[in-house]
Design a protein. Sequence first.
Length: 464
Amino acid sequence: MMHIILRTRIHKLLAAAAPVDRVLIKGWVRTRRDSKTFSFLEINDGSALANIQVIAEEHLENYEEIKRLTTGSAVAVIGAVRESPGKGQKWEIAAESVTIYQIAPDTYPLQKKRHSDEFLRTIGHLRPRTNKYGAAFRIRSELAFAIHRFFHDRGFVYVHTPIITGSDCEGAGEMFCVTTLTPEGLREKEFPGFYEQDFFGKKVNLTVSGQLAAEMFALALGDVYTFGPTFRAENSHTSRHAAEFWMVEPEMAFCDLEENMDGAEALIKYLVGHIRENCAEDLALFSSFVDKSLPDTLESITANTFIRLPYEEAVRILTASGQRFDYEIAYGRDLQTEHERFLAETHFKQPVIIYNYPRQIKPFYMRVNDDGKTVAAMDVIVPRIGEIIGGSQREERSDMLELRMRETGLEPSEYWWYLDSRRYGSVPHSGYGLGFERMLMLVTGISNIRDVIPFPRTPGTIEF
Ligand code: 4AD
Ligand code: MG
């Protein structure tokens, strides 16, 4: 009688409570060691950090071929799972058959040794096959799931906001233009009416934030969030900026700045807790090889109430610190990463929420406070990274909103639909944006944003 045998993923097998009669696994050879009468194969299928050891004995009909298996080769193995006498593993597979898909030539770049992150970036198409990047991208997947879970459990509605848009949410003008008119070097200034001929009949760009659209849905559905890719054409060559990154943007009706801060703090704590609970093995790799202080950092995030500090107070602390900064700090200037890191890393040694920033350094949509000089903005800053969340209570008064648009150089008539929301049933509402990659950097200890994105896009780099 023929037995159909289903493929088992190795992570399931490693968690098995008892030996299993017969399994089929498929994966890639990490190493092969030969003894006189058998070969040890370490197989990994990407489902977990750990490999499973396969013992292939000389009686196998293709034993000669098995002895030619190299690192990176692909195989299918059928055999019994039994207790392993070897150290460091509970189970091993006694092979009944080893089917070879392909033997990798010895030019395979990922031989068994540690490679630098810089080298691995040059082989971005292969790096998810390494222990470190496999772990990083499994955690990335789990983190995305945890975000949906957090909001879903709290009754938030998930909204897909557009990727192509005609508005500039942050008003910074750092956008990628989307056009089907391609002649090199054509500019609207040189060719008036250029964009009228274009696909949408106006100038459009890739979104820098889903916020404005999310606000429309919050004012209809109450509590919503959007979670998707965003794009910024800022020419920042830092380890924290990418041209294409993902942002989580909740938006809540009937919500003030205080509640907004509560929500942001709860989200970060929940995500850290979820990853610690569900990705323990992958996380251990980062604690051992990437950032030894990671467990302490994560513990301090979940254990402490975030400090809440008005911007003015932050400036006072920075000025009084006697610390030398590359960028001088004074009231009215934006905080730079070095300032943020000083506060979170050196001064408070834990996450800090800075709020009530001067109105002249923040976008038009933030609510103007009663003092007339600050807006109800809040940034969450964390050790090692600096800003991880930016948010605010939104300006719900239409006359003030129009004034702020003019003040920041936006033409109110182009945002007529946004202004409509302040005309019909306007209410206090708030929201924030969490940089998804920065959150991943926080939980893994990885210090360069290029290393938490499958195929990163930064100025001058788009190989894959
Ligand atoms: O502070 P930002 O610019 O806020 C907004 O876009 C708001 N519209 C969000 C909202 O209120 N709905 O960006 C939010 C977060 C930052 O705190 C940072 O974590 C991340 O997005 N971020 C970037 N991450 C990677 N690369 C970049 N170039 C980033 N720019 C911002
Ligand atoms: Mg910001």
